[in-house]
Each structure stands twice: as C-alpha cells, then as structure tokens.
Design a protein around this ligand. Structure first.
Ligand SMILES: O=C(O)CCC(=O)C(=O)O
Ligand SMILES: [Fe+2]
Length: 321
C-alpha cells in the first residue's frame, strides 16, 4: 500500500495459474478485484493479433462505435460522436494511429462496446453476433453457465480512456490483445465518486479537479495493468476506469450472481440498478418531496433523522463484507 498525493493506492493482486476451484472457493468470495494470469483462453490469443484475420472472420457487419477527437472520452460534454462502421473497417482504423478516412480528425480514437442486434431488446453475445470469432475464445469456467448474461466485444484505439462507471453484475474482463491500465474503486467509496447515474463525473482521475471534486481524494485507488491474456475479475458495483495502453481487443462476460428476480428484466447492458434498489431510490425521492412541505428548519431536522436511520440500519461497517 502506498499513496500518491493524498489518495490511498493499492495494487490489484495478480494470481497466476488459478484453477476453477481456487477461483470459486478462495478468490471469488472475497469480492475484491483481481487479475488472473495464465488462463487458457483459446487460439484468440494468437490469431486476434492480426487485424486482417479479425476483419475477415468478423465480417462487414455494421457496428456502432464511439469516435473521440481526444483519448479521454467525456460523457458530460459529449466530446465524442456515435457513428457506424463495418466491423472489419473499425478493426483496421482502431489499429492505426493516423487515418486516411475519418469522421473528425486523422488522429481520432475509436471505441467499440458491442451491443445486441436490437440494442433495446437484445443482449450482446459474441456467439450470436460474431459466431466465427466466438469459436476462437474459451471463457474460463468461473461461474455456472446457466448464470451467463452477456459477452461483450470491446475494441479500443491506443490511448482511449473509458470513464469510471459501475455495472450491476459480476464480470470478467478478458484482455485478449493489447495492454490496458485499469483503476478501480470500492462500492464503499461511492460517496467520493460524484456519481451521475452509473458514471463518475471525475473524468481525469490522474489529475482530478479537487476544487470541484474535493472528496475524490478520499477514494482508495486500486490499480493494475492487464497484459494480453490477462483476466480482470470486476465484482458487481466496483467502479472501474480503463485506459488502453495499446490498440487492443477484449471480451467481457457478465453473469448473474444473485436471484434472477432482483435484476431489471429490461436491462440489456448489465448496468441497470437492481429492482429493489431502483424502488428504494424512487421512495427516497418521494420522502424528499414530502419534506419539501415543511419549513426549512423542520426539513433539516427530519432529514438528519432519516440519514441517521439509514446509516444505522443499512450501512455495513466492515470491508470486505
Ligand atoms: O475494457 C474496457 O474497455 C471496459 C471494460 C468494462 O467496462 C467492463 O468490462 O465492464
Ligand atoms: Fe464496465
């Protein structure tokens, strides 16, 4: 454990040659992010190094992508465009630093988060959308196949940074080619993240604006570098921020580790809050509306009492749980 500036920093642990049993019985229950190295993920580790191969096997299917003029994508000011490209063209462009054909500029960056055929109703599944490429990757048996939710292609230009966000399902991020820096924050640090829905407004986590986000410094930073072939376990609700250190291809797999009925059945991305949580937030909105009927001093008094009750009844004191 060390600290840069004032933020506490922890290296994400790396485990090598982990058996299925070790993952399930020793690593997974701790619910901490870990990097798993040396798993057999299939022939993709070699053949996906070739953008020509990827283009040929992935085909010309149109994919929706983020195109950004700068490496850091900004969801607040929307500095990126949504565009479509044939998969093979995307792979080619994402692999080059300068483009002859482009949307914004010759050094623009690309990011693909694959979606289902109908993004509103279908769930991303590489077996369905990219069956020929799916044959090249084997998903490690870290969860029961009947709990599978989605498998998502992630293609990144060198340098592109995805904002800090959380997902509601357990997840393994399989980095097939290229390396990536990952930074994670515990769900228990949620109050320091300046959330806007599932995303943190602190875009520049390496040089945060502490006048605007003074409490961000209190969040403990878990950091690691994924090499090609590494797998990052991202427990549900852990915030994660990702920078591609090179052009790279990844596949992440979400699975449902809780009861089916807790998940929102309209969630196609794995990021809609669990239904009891959404309900609680709506009820809270109503509680706040009710307090609005009171004079300020009463509102303040009852708000303090509500916060104290929630703190006493709902917060977990110790971590890990
Ligand atoms: O690797 C990436 O580009 C993002 C990964 C991610 O957000 C996820 O696996 O949930
Ligand atoms: Fe994510």
């Amino acid at each position: 454990m060390s600290s840069t500036g004032c933020q506490k920093k922890i290296q994400v642990s790396v485990f090598t040659d982990v058996t299925q049993n070790q993952f399930v019985s020793e690593i997974y229950p701790k619910r901490l992010p870990v990097i798993i190295r040396g798993q057999d993920i299939g022939p993709c580790i070699d053949c996906w190094k070739s953008t020509e191969y990827l283009g040929k096997k992935g085909g010309n299917k149109e994919v929706k992508i983020h195109v950004s003029p700068t490496p850091q994508m900004d969801f607040i000011n929307k500095n990126f465009l949504y565009r479509s490209l044939p998969f093979s063209e995307l792979v080619k462009r994402a692999g080059e630093d300068k483009h002859t054909e482009y949307f914004i500029s010759e050094t623009e960056k690309y990011y693909l988060r694959a979606v289902g055929d109908n993004p509103r109703t279908d769930i991303a599944d590489i077996n369905k959308q990219f069956p020929e490429l799916a044959d090249d990757i084997s998903i490690p048996p870290f969860f029961s196949p009947d709990r599978f939710f989605s498998s998502v292609f992630r293609i990144s230009s060198n340098g592109i940074q995805l904002w800090t966000h959380y997902d509601v399902m357990d997840n393994i991020l399989i980095q097939v080619t290229g390396s990536k820096r990952v930074v994670l924050f515990s769900p228990q640090d949620a109050n320091y993240m300046y959330l806007n829905g599932d995303k943190s407004e602190v875009l520049d986590i390496d040089n945060p604006d502490l006048e605007k986000y003074p409490n961000f410094i209190n969040a403990t930073r878990y950091e690691g570098v994924l090499q090609a072939g590494d797998i990052l376990f991202i427990p549900a609700l852990w915030f994660h921020n990702v920078i591609a250190l090179e052009f790279g291809i990844a596949v992440n797999v979400f699975w449902k580790h809780l009861d089916d009925n807790l998940y929102d059945n309209k969630d196609t991305y794995g990021n809609k809050d669990l239904t009891p949580a959404s309900r609680a937030m709506q009820i809270m909105d109503r509680a706040m509306k009710a307090l609005e009927e009171l004079p300020d001093s009463y509102k303040d008094f009852y708000a303090r009492r509500l916060i104290a009750r929630i703190e006493r009844k709902c917060l977990q004191k110790s971590f890990p749980p």
